[in-house]
Ligand binder design. Structure first.
Ligand SMILES: Cc1cc2nc3c(=O)[nH]c(=O)nc-3n(C[C@H](O)[C@H](O)[C@H](O)COP(=O)(O)OP(=O)(O)OC[C@H]3O[C@@H](n4cnc5c(N)ncnc54)[C@H](O)[C@@H]3O)c2cc1C
Length: 505
């Protein structure tokens, strides 16, 4: 059952075997698996239940409806703009559907450096296969690569850079291009469309528009959650209490540490909220003589993985991937002011756009301020800055190789490159906070896995070191950056944790 919160006019108390907080990539998979194993499950989600015609494909409506903080949340020094979902289905509703498995080198690194001896790539394969089957992950057809992504493919091929067309969790996609605003045609196999309805059919109670304010602990063990319904104008906001001997925290890499801290759960080694990785991105644009109409078709279908060499080093490196958006977002991403900016926006139809996505070594921190609000600190280290600048050079190479007349870089003042190889501005402009503009869609790592409680928060199965029967199943658990887009890995680990919960109870 997915609760229609318009029917809630009094405080609600429920009992369940398991309460799951958050309904995104991790929470939805856990809920589905546990319901399939016969457990009574309650899922509590802060975001609202959006379906069908409510996906209006308008940025000014959908960004506040689907994203936390009305669209983006910035770090304490505004150094990076973070976009994360806040809706039933979490960030998967806004996802571009790229599905990549966690690289084997990263798994091996976690096993050896974080004492996760039970973690093996071949053991994870079954979980990846399972979540791929459920999320209907399949390769894209060549005809689904749109013009914007084809530019990347062509330029990279001319330069001999390795590319891949990753699989996607979309079915009979119409190619309307509005993925980041949620799918109006229900063609994404996201948590809203697949795992949550499946869990609901198996008896799970799914409660949208209700914020969990506290995780309850009794005698050192999770005992349930307390929350409050949102979106109830003119009424007293009703409360929710779920009594459950197992709680799964899946509120995402910002929401989960925040809730941990708000609940005053044990934090003996001050690890909660640390180790935030963001996969920071910078956008690079190419202006072409021909019309590209980058907003049409699947936004992200080509990835250049030449510069992510995990055999050489499990740390550092980056991906280049096609990226396009609708006018409001593109206007926010493009550099400059006044007439020059107006002229650049005028070339929207002729723009190719792609992003450098960093496999970041830098680690930030999620904390609460005195008012209990989230603060995010994140600074790029020198190695990561060098990789960002290198990525901009390589993307410029790719665009010139595919015929760009000029290349636009994401600095505050307009910076354009007009010739391949003449990249002096990249070398000369000092790297400052928010200049170039960094953004992030993949926060992770803030309640990380490990064997040693002095350096981690949960064990290799996602169970908290410091609280019994409290599990974490979201992007928070990753010990380092995943290197590749994380949603499939979050799902695979969540499925694995769900199995563990079933076996333990
Ligand atoms: C625009 C966009 C595009 C993306 N594209 C891709 C892609 O193509 N491929 C890929 O691999 N990844 C992509 N990602 C990232 C991916 O979607 C996320 O990494 C993944 O969904 C995170 O899963 P999660 O379970 O950690 O959290 P989420 O999916 O973010 O879910 C967490 C949920 O918890 C809820 N919550 C938080 N606090 C509370 C609380 N106190 N009470 C109740 N509920 C709470 C939130 O509202 C949210 O709905 C994209 C992300 C965005 C924003």
């Amino acid at each position: 059952m997915i609760l229609d919160i318009a029917t809630v006019d009094h405080d609600v108390e429920l009992d369940a075997d398991v309460c799951v907080v958050g309904s995104g990539a991790g929470g939805a998979v856990v809920a589905h698996q546990l319901a399939a194993a016969g457990r009574t499950v309650v899922v509590v989600e802060e975001g609202s239940y959006v379906t069908g015609a409510a996906f209006t494909q308008r940025e000014e409506q959908m960004l506040p409806r689907l994203y936390a903080e009305q669209g983006v949340q910035s770090g304490i020094d505004s150094g990076v703009a973070i976009a994360r979902g806040r809706a039933l289905g979490g960030s998967t509703v806004a996802s571009l559907c790229v599905c990549m498995r966690l690289p084997r080198q990263i798994v091996a690194h976690w096993a050896t450096h974080f004492g996760l001896a039970g973690l093996r790539f071949d053991e994870l394969t079954q979980w990846f296969a399972q979540v791929e089957a459920t999320a209907q992950v399949q390769p894209l057809a060549a005809s689904e690569v749109n013009r914007n992504n084809a530019l990347l493919q062509t330029g990279a091929a001319r330069l001999g850079f390795r590319t891949t067309v990753p699989a996607h969790n979309r079915v009979a996609c119409l190619g309307c291009g509005f993925c980041a605003l949620g799918c109006a045609y229900a063609r994404k196999a996201d948590a809203l469309t697949v795992q949550l309805p499946a869990a609901s059919r198996l008896g799970a109670v799914i409660i949208p528009s209700c914020r969990v304010e506290r995780i309850e602990v009794r005698d050192g063990k999770a005992a349930g959650v307390a929350g409050r319904f949102l979106n109830m104008p003119g009424q007293k906001r009703a409360s929710l209490a779920v009594r459950a001997p197992t709680v799964v925290l899946a509120a995402g890499a910002i929401g989960s540490p925040a809730l941990w801290l708000r609940s005053h759960l044990p934090n003996p080694y001050q690890q909660v909220g640390r180790n935030l990785h963001l996969h920071p991105q910078v956008m690079v644009g190419g202006v072409f003589a021909d019309e590209i109409a980058g907003w049409q078709g699947i936004p992200q279908s080509v990835v250049v993985d030449e510069f992510l060499d995990l055999d050489r080093s499990v740390e550092g490196g980056y991906l280049l991937s096609g990226f396009f958006a609708h006018p409001m977002t593109v206007a926010a991403l493009l550099p400059g002011f006044g007439g020059a900016y107006h002229q650049l926006l005028g070339s929207y139809a002729h723009l190719g756009m792609a992003a450098v996505t960093l496999h970041d070594r830098s680690a930030g921190h999620v904390e609460l301020d005195a008012a209990g609000q989230v603060t995010i600190t994140y600074h790029l280290g020198d190695d990561d800055r060098a990789d960002i600048l290198d990525g901009m050079r390589r993307l410029a190479d790719v665009y010139f190789a595919s015929g760009a007349q000029r290349v636009v870089l994401p600095y505050n003042e307009p910076v354009e490159l007009t010739r391949r190889g003449d990249y002096r501005p990249i070398d000369e402009i000092p790297f400052r906070v928010n200049d170039p503009l960094l953004f992030s869609y993949h926060p992770q790592g803030t309640l990380r896995m490990g064997i040693d409680a002095r350096h981690s928060v949960v064990n290799g199965w996602g169970e908290a070191h410091a609280v019994g029967r409290l599990f974490v199943a979201d992007a928070s658990i990753f010990p380092t950056s995943t290197a590749v887009p994380p949603q499939l890995s979050i799902m695979a680990f969540a499925a694995r944790t769900a199995r563990h919960i079933v076996e333990k109870s």
